[in-house]
Ligand binder design. Sequence first.
Ligand code: MSP
Length: 506
Amino acid sequence: MAFYVTTPIYYVNAAPHLGHAYTAIAADILARHHRQRGEDVFFLTGTDEHGEPVARVAEAEGITPKELADRNARRFLDLMPRINVSNDFFIRTSDPRHKARVQEVMQRIHDNGHVYKGLYEGWYCPKCADFKSESEIGPGNTCLIHTGTQLDREHEENWFFRLSAFEGRLRDLYASQPGWIAPRTRYNEALSFIEGGLQDVSLSRSKLTWGVEVPWDPAHVFYVWFDALLNYYTALAFARDGEDLTARFWPATYHLIGKDILKFHAVFWPAMLMAADIELPRRELIHGYLLMRDASGAETKMSKSLGNVLDPFEVMDRFGTDALRYYCFREVSFGQDGGVSTTTFGERYESELANEYGNLASRTLAMIGRYRDGTVPHAEVDRELAPDFESLIEEVCALLDRAEITQALERIWQRVRRLNRYVEERAPWVAAKDPAGAGELDTTLRSLAEGLRTVTVLLHPYLPETAAKLLDALGAPELALDGARFGAAPGGGTTRTVPQLFPKLA
Ligand code: MSP
């Protein structure tokens, strides 16, 4: 089965911050999980390099837009392995192969009769690279997203896309597929855009040169969003040398996006695809914002324009990559907005990763080492513990099928806590002192090894480095979900102890 997941492509007018890492990690969790299910996975991320904001920043720095894009795209490229994101390809929209494919698709939209020339006048936010409708304009003609940014009154002769002609088909899409946008609140919001009535949108810019040339009118470049959205489709044609992956992976299974770019993905994108006779993606998943919580408890959106950015590199240097991945999806329920702070970061690291999970792992490995010479006993798993693990894999799969990333983690973590209680209940160190307790000790140690293995296989998408280390130490490196069932690995495996997985902070 094919599974194709995408992140938004990141603007190169600034350096990456935790908000960008967040979307990429979410997509990575889904991609890794589906690989564990044995599916044919393709995971795309990349950079959005054209448009007004990039041209403006480059001009201010006295360099060409391409130089700026090269420099900043490198930062996003470097971020991905640093946060352990296992993307299969990284698209850059300045890639000539992307540009050629954009021209091809847009030409088709033109030839299908969905484009006309007209005069555009409107309020334009240079930071959003978007014209604003009445309801999106703040006091004094400012941008509601980039608070305080003055909107410009723009007039120009442009090519227009007949978005209004797709209103009926979009309504049908939303009526027939209520799960097309998740969660439900975002579906309702998207539907309200459509129900508010759709106006045609300007598709090209004549003032700008940093973009993809309009093939039927080379004095214009495409408005950046048309070029950017198409990345999800174009990349498949050239991501693998000599192989076009479009038939294998299109339509995409999931587009993952932040709530700020809902309108483009929920309205423009399906209409563009309809206009080009291309199948629609199966689903779009919309997440909320990570907000920075300051000492007073107040929360603000983390953004480059507000300058209150938590640097993912600094966080990882201090806590490790897995801790960052874990924290983001544990602290903030995926889909909702939620506050993050270095304080709660430290608390979760200490109490959950170091104490609950790290200690469970060290104790289990140490006891198997000490009491059974590093061999998992050949014993049945404990019948009292088994029922608590019985449906775990199915629960996690069902939740991740709905991209309930935080809920799935919670279910796994309930089992980590169950295993800690189990150690206390069985007190293997007591049985170890009594020769008559050998059978019970075998059962306890095998059950702990199996419990730890099962939760760790399921935690792999969240904590890839830790899972690899720990499964290796348990002598069972296999990641496939098929073999992850509690009790599925036979006894007899060789274990070894490992240094603290989440060392206490100095
Ligand atoms: N280039 C466009 C997307 C084009 S997709 C065809 C863009 N880029 S962005 O770099 O500004 O944002 C990329 C993603 O990062 C968005 O989904 C956005 O929501 C997400 N985040 C940026 N800051 C964020 C937080 N503070 N919290 C969570 N995600 C946020 O938009």
